[in-house]
Design a protein around this ligand. Structure first.
Ligand code: GTB
Length: 217
């Protein structure tokens, strides 16, 4: 059955791979699933047709026959649940990998999102310069804890899983600030994720999409 995801018609990052369709593309590539991409403009994202699919007016979404999903965590969990390679079969190992999916989205990503908000959305506010270092330290705290847990391991819990896919995707968002490189073992962990052929294909696809596709108007 054809899988269709949505993505920014043109991502504001120009194809650096930071928009969330990249993580879904990566999961689809790991699973060996072909997919199509429907571009959505910023205006269309807030219109009824898209809101019917994504109630918060965001990308990405996932369509597979009658199934329509939003939220990257749910989308990737769905892909991982139905295809080999992203979640272990053994029940406890599977539960731990799912735990890392939640940890990436619920514990590590929130302060990273705050940093992006204070920098880009609230950058013109008089207090944003004071708030920035506070949030940066919150991220450092989380990355220090994560780095301590990862230690010298290749992945977070045994073989590569959807937990690593989401954690690497989340950590990638700290690279532009320079914070990722303060944690060499995490920078190396992210590099291992980026070196996976499936990630490379996903990155190349979103880059081509964001640089080659003509935007009407
Ligand atoms: N929790 C949802 C999920 O995981 O699916 C969050 C989805 C989300 O935040 N989508 C963003 C969006 O649609 C795109 S990814 N934003 C438009 C809106 O809310 O109106 C976040 C993002 C946006 C831009 C860049 N960039 O250009 O650097 C990177 C990441």
């Amino acid at each position: 059955m054809t899988v269709t995801i949505t993505a920014f018609e043109r991502s504001p990052d120009g194809g650096m791979g930071l928009a969330r369709d990249t993580r879904v593309r990566w999961a689809l590539e790991e699973a060996g699933l072909p997919y199509e991409v429907r571009p959505v403009s910023f205006a269309a994202m807030k219109e009824p047709a898209h809101l019917a699919v994504q109630p918060f007016g965001q990308i990405p979404t996932y369509e597979e026959g009658d199934l329509v999903l939003f939220e990257t965590g749910a989308i990737i969990f769905h892909i991982a649940s139905h295809h080999a390679g992203l979640l272990p079969n053994e029940a406890n190992a599977r539960a731990r990998a799912i735990t890392w999916m939640f940890a990436a989205l619920n514990t590590v990503e929130p302060p990273i999102l705050e940093l992006i908000t204070v920098k880009f959305t609230e950058g013109d506010k008089p207090w944003s310069k004071e708030r920035f270092p506070l949030i940066a330290d919150r991220i450092r705290n989380r990355l220090g804890q994560l780095s301590a847990r990862l230690g010298d391991a290749e992945w977070l819990d045994g073989a590569f899983s959807a937990g690593d896919l989401l954690m690497v995707s989340v950590l990638l968002r700290t690279r532009p600030s320079g914070i990722l490189n303060e944690f060499p073992s995490l920078a190396a962990y992210v590099a291992r994720g980026e070196a996976r052929p499936a990630y490379k294909r996903a990155f190349a696809a979103q880059l081509a999409f964001n640089t080659a596709q003509p935007v009407a108007g």
